[in-house]
Design a protein around this ligand. Structure first.
Ligand code: SF4
Ligand code: SF4
Length: 82
């Protein structure tokens, strides 16, 4: 299972990929971010769900371990960017 420390950095950097364009107003900060937390967490889109996104988009291409590793690497890059 993916371990998130709820730093909120991914939700403040949505301008790094066009797939998140509908979730921000050009500044990269999600319109649903409240502090560091998602205000629509239970209803957040598929592209915000690590496990479900793997099943839907990536499971035929990379292993789950490799996918998690890439996710953790992205988290670290975003945290160091501050
Ligand atoms: S950057 Fe990573 S650790 Fe921070 S909130 Fe996003 S998924 Fe969680
Ligand atoms: S919908 Fe929630 S989880 Fe997705 S980017 Fe916005 S605040 Fe983050």
């Amino acid at each position: 299972m993916f371990k998130c420390d709820m730093c909120g950095e991914c939700c403040r950097n949505l301008d790094k990929s066009p797939i998140y364009d509908k979730l921000h107003n050009g500044d990269g900060i999600c319109i649903y971010l409240n502090g560091n937390l998602c205000s629509i967490y239970n209803d957040r889109p598929l592209i915000c769900r690590v496990e479900k996104a793997y099943d839907f988009f990536f499971k035929n291409d990379i292993s789950y371990d490799e996918y998690l590793k890439l996710n953790y690497e992205c988290c670290e890059i975003l945290k160091k960017k501050e």
